[in-house]
Design a protein. Structure first.
Ligand code: SF4
Length: 181
């Protein structure tokens, strides 16, 4: 019987998808990655729910609403190793600029008083996840095992970290691989 391959899951929370795009920037190494691992829930394969234990969970984005909290807690519960990638996951990043003003003021400016708003209304569909009072970095909500900085972390940084983790080694941060562009 073939040995079980390690399972990887990724999720996108309050971020811009740039970290996932950077992961796809590993280019042809994606073929090697598919040989090395099986993918579970991820925007890459569009699997919506975690199907069981996962070896490495990768989180992009900060925690801005109740759905983010739920997803992050579920990843923590199911993933042996949880890795936060990119400044949004590590610090809240650009979405956390809203932390400078009360949430009610943000909503009013965006949906009622903004210069381009006509007949505005603050969205209140019950299907929408409730916004949190502020945007939180992931480690303030669950324990994070490894953090990869960058905006986004480079494809080479992500590849080096992933292959290290899959070999049972700690990821090493190489200054030349960390970028903020
Ligand atoms: S860290 Fe940068 S690239 Fe990644 S989700 Fe945030 S803004 Fe986008």
């Amino acid at each position: 019987m073939a040995a079980r391959k390690p399972r990887i899951a990724t999720c996108h929370m309050a971020g811009c998808f740039g970290c996932h795009m950077s992961l796809l920037d590993i280019d042809e190494r994606i073929l090697k990655l598919i040989e090395l691992v099986d993918f579970d829930k991820s925007p890459i394969d569009d699997i919506k729910e975690l199907s069981g234990p996962v070896d490495v969970g990768i989180i992009e984005g900060g925690v801005a609403n109740e759905e983010n909290v739920e997803v992050l807690r579920s990843f923590r519960e199911h993933c042996t190793t949880l890795v936060a990638i990119g400044e949004c996951a590590l610090t809240g990043g650009v979405p956390s600029m809203r932390n400078l003003v009360p949430l009610s003021e943000c909503l009013e400016e965006a949906y009622l008083h903004g210069p381009t708003v006509v007949d505005g209304v603050i969205p209140n569909d019950p299907e929408l996840p409730l916004l949190l009072d502020r945007v939180y970095p992931c480690h303030e909500v669950v324990k994070i095992d490894w953090m990869l900085p960058g905006c986004p972390p480079s494809a080479d940084e992500l590849w080096a970290a992933l292959t290290a983790l899959l070999s049972g080694k700690p990821p090493e941060l190489t200054p030349g691989l960390i970028r903020y562009d």
